[in-house]
Structure formats: C-alpha cells, structure tokens
Design a protein around this ligand. Structure first.
Ligand code: NAD
Length: 317
C-alpha cells in the first residue's frame, strides 16, 4: 500500500504558497509538487521553501513539476487564476477563472488522477462546480474551500468580542463564499452554551451579532484595499482541509459541496457544514434553519444558480 501523502498544488501565487508554507510548518505531507503557468516562479518557490526544511517538523519532498505528477497524488489543490482587485466582487472573476479551471482540470484528468480535488479559486462555489463537471469525478470528491475561511473569521471575531478562545466557538457561515453568506445564529455555540443566550445573559445588544457578520463578509474587501490580496487565512484554512482529508479525520468543516436537497436546494455547489475524511465529503450536516435563514440561504443559492446558467454553462459546452 502506498502511504506517501502527496499534494499537488496548481497555482503557486499568494494563496497557494501560503498553504504550502503552512504545510511545511505544520507537517503531515510527504510530498508537495508545485505547478503554475509561470514555471520559473515554481522553481524559485521550490528553492525558497526547501531552505526552510532544516527547521521544519518533518521532511517533505518539495518540487516544481508538471501534470504527470497528479497520477499518484492524494489531493490536487487548485488556487490558480485571477484574484479580486480593490472594489471588485468575487463573482466578477467567474468567466475568466472558469476557463482556467476547465484547462487545469482537463490536464489533471488526462494524467489519471484519482484523488480528491480541493478548489480555492474564486468565485469558489462556481469554480468547484466547474471542476466537478469537467472532471466527471463523484461530487463527494470535488470540494471547494467554501466558507471555511469565512467561518474562521467569524470564530475569530466572536472570540474577540466575548473574550473566549476561538477554539471554543462553534459557529458556521453558510452559503456563498461572498457577499450573500449567512450565519444561522440559533445554531452557534460557545462551549455548549448558545451564543444568543450568552448575549441575553450579559446584556449585549443583539445588533452586535449583525456587526460581527458584517465584519466577516467585508473583511476581504478591507484587506484587499489595504494590502492588495488575502492569503494567510486561506492558506491556513486549506492546510486544515488537507489534513482532514489525509488523516481521514471525519472533521466538520464548512466546505463548498454539491447539494442534493439537504438544505432544500439541489444542482449547485455552496458552503454548508460537512464531515470530511479521506474520501472527501462523507456527509452534509443538516441544520434546521429558521424561516429567515432559509430565505437567506435560498437567495445565496439563487445567485449561484443564475451565474451558473448565464455565465458558466456556455463556457463548458
Ligand atoms: P495570484 O495572482 O497571486 O496567484 C495566481 C496564480 O495562478 C499565479 O501564479 C498564476 O501564474 C497562476 N495561474 C494562472 N493561470 C493558470 C493556469 N492556467 N494554470 C496554472 N497556473 C495558473 O493570486 P492569489 O492571491 O494567489 O489568488 C488565487 C485565487 O484564490 C484567486 O481566484 C483568489 O480570488 C482566490 N482566493 C480564494 C480565497 C478563498 O477563501 N477561497 C481567499 C483568497 C483568494
């Protein structure tokens, strides 16, 4: 049995290399291959990352490579493509990045890949759907980073507000990785106490919860305005997903995954909590949403469906 844990990264830009640096620092991967249209960059990244190996927790083979490396990879992570510019929404990247996703997926599949796809390129829900369609892989094995970063931002902001460890915050962002995301507050806990009850018991205004959510979805705009791109947070989030897959964890993470009516919607990829293991998505965790949250979720799905039909489908023909 091959026990070599191998990850191929397609897109050695800010996001991809932040994940690579996080993998190097935390360990858990035996082999990392870097692919990018800019081959010179992958060689430079291979050299630079490798020089950190003497201080890393375990050895890791790092190399600039090509698509033939996908054959025996456990995971192909896609972080290639255009990123948001100041003021630009993620959806504005859809057409250009869909063409890039199609090209990359065809190259990966041509080389006999049989592992798990993990997609982070934006708009991530639509791009994951493109990879699933083009690859023909079972939907459970094509995962998008979805709202895993948004959820980390939410947990961080709640922890900061309530002065507790973010590790004890159990709260999820659902829906689009983007402006129409939502927080089902009734299902959010600190330890085993509902956040809504904590707010009441401590006389915190409920309107602060909306401010916290606004802080989440506006974060990318603010960071891009100030430093042109966001990458450390998503780099850590992708590392977390890679580990959940490689270690067969059965961990619950808010990924972009294909909907089969678990939340009353079907035929699209969107962010919901799901159990992740070596086979990808084992199961979607179903929450009973209240009427208002269900409407927000439906709205988010409608945006995805509309963009899929109008913008993406014509490219895939
Ligand atoms: P970047 O410009 O730094 O890197 C993109 C890389 O993709 C470049 O190195 C480029 O050469 C490469 N590339 C382009 N076309 C390619 C192709 N056909 N094949 C192989 N490589 C190709 O951008 P970035 O800041 O790393 O962002 C990458 C993507 O990640 C963007 O779409 C961005 O919006 C997205 N992103 C997602 C999240 C998330 O939470 N999912 C967070 C931040 C950024």
């Amino acid at each position: 049995m091959n026990t070599n844990k191998k990850v191929v990264l397609v897109g050695a830009g800010f996001v991809g290399m932040s994940m690579a640096y996080s993998l190097l620092n935390q360990g858990g991967v035996d082999e990392l291959v870097l692919i990018d249209v800019n081959k010179e960059k992958t060689i430079g990244e291979e050299m630079d990352l490798s020089h950190g190996l003497p201080y890393a927790p375990q050895k890791m083979k790092i190399k600039a490579g090509d698509y033939d490396e996908c054959k025996d990879a456990n995971i192909v992570v896609i972080t290639a493509g255009l990123a948001q510019k100041p003021g630009q929404s993620r959806l504005e990247l859809a057409v250009a990045n869909a063409k890039i996703m199609k090209d990359i997926t065809e190259n990966v599949m041509k080389n006999g890949f049989n592992g798990i796809f993990l997609v982070a390129s934006n708009p991530v829900d639509l791009m994951t759907h493109v990879v699933a369609e083009v690859s023909g892989m079972p939907k459970s094995r094509v995962i998008g980073s979805g709202t895993v970063l948004d959820t980390a931002r939410l947990r961080y902001l709640i922890a900061d507000y309530l002065e507790v460890s973010s590790k004890n915050v159990h709260a999820y962002i659902l829906g689009e990785h983007g402006d129409s995301s939502l927080v089902p507050w009734e299902h959010c806990y600190v330890g085993c106490k509902k956040i809504i009850d904590i707010m009441k018991d401590n006389n915190h205004p409920m309107t602060d919860l909306k401010k916290i959510h606004d802080g989440v979805w506006k974060a990318a705009y603010e960071i891009i305005e100030k430093k042109k791109a966001t990458y450390y947070g998503i780099g850590m989030a992708l590392n977390r997903l890679v580990k959940a897959i490689l270690n067969d964890e059965n961990s619950i993470l808010t990924v972009s995954t294909y909907q089969n009516n678990e939340y009353g919607q079907e035929g699209l990829y969107i962010g919901v909590p799901a159990i992740i293991n070596k086979n990808g998505v084992k199961e979607i965790l179903q929450l009973k949403l209240n009427k208002a949250d269900q409407e927000k979720f439906n709205h988010s799905c409608e945006i995805m469906k509309e963009n899929w039909e109008k913008e993406i489908k014509p490219i895939l023909k």
